[in-house]
Design a protein around this ligand. Structure first.
Ligand SMILES: Nc1ncnc2c1ncn2[C@@H]1O[C@H](COP(=O)(O)OP(=O)(O)OP(=O)(O)O)[C@@H](O)[C@H]1O
Ligand SMILES: Cc1cn([C@H]2C[C@H](O)[C@@H](COP(=O)(O)O)O2)c(=O)[nH]c1=O
Length: 215
């Protein structure tokens, strides 16, 4: 039986600090000589980045929720085929800013489509592949959105209302509770040095004792 690389995902609501955490984890893993691919969703390929632009651009034309869901999974299918699976098969670690947990949170809960259509597409697009480790940066919706606003112009999702972001947060927390073996919840409302300390401890554990994953 051969081993593949580790698949790590970062999740959280708007402004939780994922990009900041990505950069921190990437530096730490590279210092430890981990052969690493850093990527994001929606995105990570030319097609995925094109879909991202359409999905995130505020527009007068509403995107139908089913169309939005399918675009997320279209981007994901290409991302898996072109980037994630080849990297994992070569033994590289993949660090991905958002993956299918985001679809459960945003389309399933935020858009109130429910888990079922997400689960059907997850099975079709991913087969058995699931992240090995998911770091959930948890922050109250108001705190996250205030941080995102502080950064400048808002994208199409960031323009949603408080109730939407509360549903997103509760969905993430409920999934983390159900699959506690895969998730690590980080209190992202804490000051940045504390968040980085928690991330450093998790990265140290992963390097010292990476979970065994087989192809
Ligand atoms: N722990 C923290 N405390 C205070 N501010 C933070 C913290 N972490 C990140 N920030 C700041 O909050 C803002 C949002 O952070 P970042 O862009 O990393 O979040 P994000 O989760 O990637 O956001 P989005 O999902 O909206 O793209 C940035 O200005 C960042 O400097
Ligand atoms: C993967 C994925 C993402 N989204 C949303 C969540 C965010 O609002 C944007 C991505 O931008 P960010 O810079 O990572 O915050 O897309 C979604 O609704 N569903 C998904 O599956």
């Amino acid at each position: 039986m051969s081993q593949r690389g580790l698949f790590i995902t970062l999740e959280g609501g708007e402004g939780a600090g994922k990009s900041t955490a990505m950069a921190f984890i990437m530096r730490r893993l590279q210092e430890a000589n981990v052969d690493l691919v850093c990527t994001r969703e929606p995105g990570g390929t030319q097609l995925g980045e094109q879909l991202r632009e359409t999905l995130l651009a505020p527009s007068d034309t509403e995107i139908d929720p089913t169309a939005e869901l399918l675009m997320m999974f279209a981007a994901r299918a290409q991302h898996l085929a072109e980037c994630i699976l080849p990297a994992l098969q070569r033994g590289k670690w993949v660090l991905c800013d958002r993956f299918t947990d985001a679809t459960y949170a945003y389309q399933g809960a935020g858009r109130q489509m429910g888990d079922e259509p997400v689960a059907v597409l997850e099975e079709l697009v991913q087969g058995e592949l699931r992240p090995d480790v998911t770091l959930l940066l948890d922050v109250p919706a108001d705190v996250g959105i205030a941080r995102a606003r502080g950064r400048g112009a808002l994208d199409r999702f960031e323009l949603e209302d408080h109730a939407f972001f509360e549903r997103v947060r509760q969905s993430y927390l409920a999934r983390a509770k159900r699959s506690s073996g895969r998730y690590q919840i980080i209190d992202a409302s804490a000051p940045l040095p504390d968040v980085e300390q928690a991330l450093q401890a998790l990265v140290n554990d992963l390097i010292a004792c990476p979970p065994l994953v087989e192809v």
